[in-house]
Design a protein around this ligand. Structure first.
Ligand code: FAD
Length: 391
């Protein structure tokens, strides 16, 4: 694998986060998986030790270092520790930046310090029972009524849906029904008419609460409108490059772990008088996945560098999401196959790697949606042929 460029500070941060996971998260995971939800206390603990939201400015309680590699470390370590369903990054880096990107100073002051400390847990709610990939098909609506808005509708599959104290909710706000005219609202725990439905039972990622949310005539003060009314769809699209980069780091780290688990297993397990690792099929499978992992890692690290430089495009992030999510599924699948029957047993780690992986190619934009984005770009009339580019 090519060298990776983490700073000394980031390497120390990695060691510290690994220790945090070992002492504060790993021991509770089985209980949380059975409960279908992580204790709120986990967010507090992470907040206390400076691992929850590292990027906000010091005045909001963060480290003030926007280098994405800190989050990459957090994402990777969670995957390596097999606690990817302690998905703190959703709170920290997927939803948190909505406040600084689109919110007012007053909103940042009101929410960010509590988010950094873990007192206020965040979620983002776009998906509805009838609208997932096609967000413009959503039915939730909000109408202006004097000094507030009135929100109606429902959302589903919302991560942190039960734990969340503040949910960024997208709703249509154009009385003339322009499907892209949406507004983002900060809906807070306890607002009248805001109710939670079931914490949904899932194939994998079991400790992550994924829930239904209902909004019945919820009065939202204007101070809780995020950014400009009507621009919600554009805001959601703007966040997607970062969201897909976050995803890519996690999918790849999980794939790396599947490879390691498989490598250990095939050297131990014997069949026909020799280790599984001695069969050429095993060697070729491991070589194939190892190569794809190393190539993908270089691309993802380049994407992180581009993101830090403000140069990551939505299309390049889509490529990272597509390749890494497919690779997460493949690495887990190859791993289960090479584990034989053991791979189907809960007591072997590869089994959960497989069920946890399956969502990767679906959420945060399915593989098909990624291909639409990429093909639109590379088949566009103004596509620049590779051999005419200046690098
Ligand atoms: C565990 C989990 C956590 C989630 N967390 C959140 C969250 O926090 N917030 C949130 O808002 N949402 C969340 N989601 C929702 C998730 O983003 C959606 O499930 C996803 O966008 C797909 O939408 P859908 O399920 O409605 O599938 P659909 O849109 O019905 O698509 C089904 C399938 O059809 C195919 N397809 C769709 N469109 C096309 C097309 N144009 N061309 C070709 N094929 C196509 C794809 O194979 C796709 O997988 C979560 C989902 C899960 C399972």
């Amino acid at each position: 694998m090519l060298p990776r460029n983490f700073t000394e500070e980031q390497t120390m941060f990695r060691d510290a986060y690994r220790k945090f996971l070992t002492s504060e998260i790993v021991p509770h995971m089985e209980r949380w998986r059975e409960a279908g939800i992580v204790d709120r206390e986990a967010f507090r603990r992470a907040g206390e030790q400076g691992f929850l939201m590292v990027w906000p400015e010091e005045k909001y309680g963060g480290m003030g270092d926007e280098d994405f590699r800190f989050e990459q470390v957090i994402i990777e370590e969670a995957a390596y520790a097999r606690v990817g369903d302690w998905y703190s990054t959703l709170h920290s880096r997927l939803v948190g930046p909505y406040f600084t990107r689109f919110g007012s100073e007053e909103q940042c002051e009101r929410f960010l310090p509590k988010c950094v400390s873990g007192e206020c847990i965040l979620a983002v709610a776009m998906t509805e029972p009838d609208a997932g990939s096609d967000l413009a098909g959503m039915r939730s609506t909000a109408r202006e009524a004097g000094d507030h808005w009135v929100l109606n509708g429902s959302k589903t599959y919302i991560s942190n849906g039960i734990n969340a104290d503040a949910v960024i909710v997208a709703a249509k706000t154009d009385p003339d029904n322009n499907p892209h005219h949406m507004t983002l609202f900060i809906v807070e725990r306890g607002m009248e008419g805001f109710e939670r439905g079931r914490n949904l039972k899932k194939m994998g990622m079991k400790a992550q609460d994924t829930a239904e949310l209902f909004f019945n005539d919820v009065r939202i003060p204007k101070a809780n409108v995020l950014g400009e009314p009507g621009k919600g769809f554009i805001y959601l699209m703007e966040g997607l490059a970062e969201e897909r980069l976050i995803g890519a780091c996690g999918y790849l780290a999980s794939a790396q772990l599947s490879w390691d688990l498989t490598y250990d297993y095939v050297r131990e397990r014997k069949a026909f008088g020799k280790p599984l690792a001695a069969f050429q099929n095993t060697q070729f499978k491991l070589a194939e996945v190892r190569t794809e992992l190393d190539i993908a890692q270089s691309y993802v690290d380049q994407c992180v560098a581009a993101f830090n430089a403000g140069q990551l495009t939505a299309v390049d992030a889509a490529k990272a999401k597509l390749v890494t999510s497919e690779l997460q599924v493949k690495a887990a699948d190859v791993g289960v196959q090479l584990h034989g029957g053991a791979g189907y047993m809960d007591e072997y780690a590869i089994s959960r790697q497989y069920t946890d992986a399956r969502i990767a190619t679906i959420y945060a934009g399915s593989s098909e949606v990624m291909k639409i984005i990429i093909s639109r770009d590379c088949l566009a009339d103004d596509y620049t042929p590779f051999n005419t580019r200046n690098f």
